[in-house]
Design a protein around this ligand. Structure first.
Ligand SMILES: CC[C@H](C(=O)O)C(=O)SCCNC(=O)CCNC(=O)[C@H](O)C(C)(C)COP(=O)(O)OP(=O)(O)OC[C@H]1O[C@@H](n2cnc3c(N)ncnc32)[C@H](O)[C@@H]1OP(=O)(O)O
Ligand SMILES: [Co+2]
Length: 148
C-alpha cells in the first residue's frame, strides 16, 4: 500500500454534498464520473496526496443505495493505492482476507480496483486501487476485468 488513495463517502444528494465539500475543503471538484457497473456517480476532491470521493447511487440495487438505506450518509470505504493490484489481491487472499471480486475491475478516476469484505478488516470496507497506465481510450468500456 503506497498511500490512502481516497476516502469514499456515501451521500444522498451528490450536488448538495458537493457544495458542502467544496466549501469545507476549499477546493473544486476535479472530476465527476459515473461507474454504471457499480450503480454510482462519483465526485472527486484532491486533498494533498489523497482524495475525497463522494458517492451517489444511480440505481436502487447499488451498493451505495443499500448502504444509505441501512446506515444513512457517511464514510463508506477507504481506498489504498497499490503498485500491483493483482499481486496484492493474491497476497491478501493467501493471508485469508475475503476478496469481493476475484479479478481487478475498472473503477473511477482511471483505476483498476478490488474490494475486501468489511469482516476482513474490522468492519471497514477496503478498496485497492491501481493507476491504469495505458491511454484510457484504448481500454474496453464497462465492467471489464483484466486477465493479463
Ligand atoms: C468502483 C467505483 C468507485 C471507485 O472508487 O472507483 C467506488 O468506490 S464504488 C463503491 C461502491 N461499490 C462497492 O462498495 C463494491 C463493494 N461492496 C460490496 O460488495 C457490498 O456493498 C458489501 C459486500 C460490502 C455489502 O453488501 P450488502 O450491503 O449487500 O451486504 P449486507 O448489507 O449484508 O452487509 C454485510 C455486512 O457488511 C456491512 N457493511 C455493508 N457495507 C459496509 C460498508 N461500506 N462498510 C462497513 N460495513 C459494511 C453490513 O453492515 C453487514 O454487516 P453485519 O454486521 O452483517 O450487519
Ligand atoms: Co472508491
Amino acid at each position: 500500500m503506497n498511500k490512502i488513495e481516497h476516502i469514499g463517502i456515501a451521500v444522498k444528494d451528490l450536488e448538495a454534498a458537493g457544495k458542502t465539500y467544496e466549501t469545507l475543503l476549499n477546493t473544486e471538484c476535479y472530476k465527476t464520473e459515473k461507474v454504471e457497473s457499480e450503480g454510482v456517480e462519483t465526485a472527486f476532491y484532491q486533498v494533498g496526496e489523497s482524495k475525497i470521493e463522494l458517492l451517489g447511487a444511480t440505481r436502487d440495487d447499488s451498493p451505495i443505495a443499500k448502504f444509505l438505506e441501512k446506515k444513512g450518509e457517511g464514510i463508506h470505504h477507504i481506498a489504498f493505492g497499490v503498485e500491483d493490484i493483482k499481486a496484492e489481491m493474491k497476497r491478501l487472499k493467501a493471508e485469508g482476507y475475503v476478496l469481493l471480486n476475484e479479478k481487478p475491475k475498472k473503477g473511477a478516476d482511471n483505476k483498476l480496483v478490488a474490494f475486501l469484505h468489511p469482516k476482513s478488516s474490522n468492519g471497514v470496507l477496503v478498496e485497492l486501487c491501481q493507476e491504469i497506465k495505458e491511454e484510457p481510450d484504448t481500454l474496453p468500456e464497462g465492467d471489464a476485468v483484466w486477465d493479463s
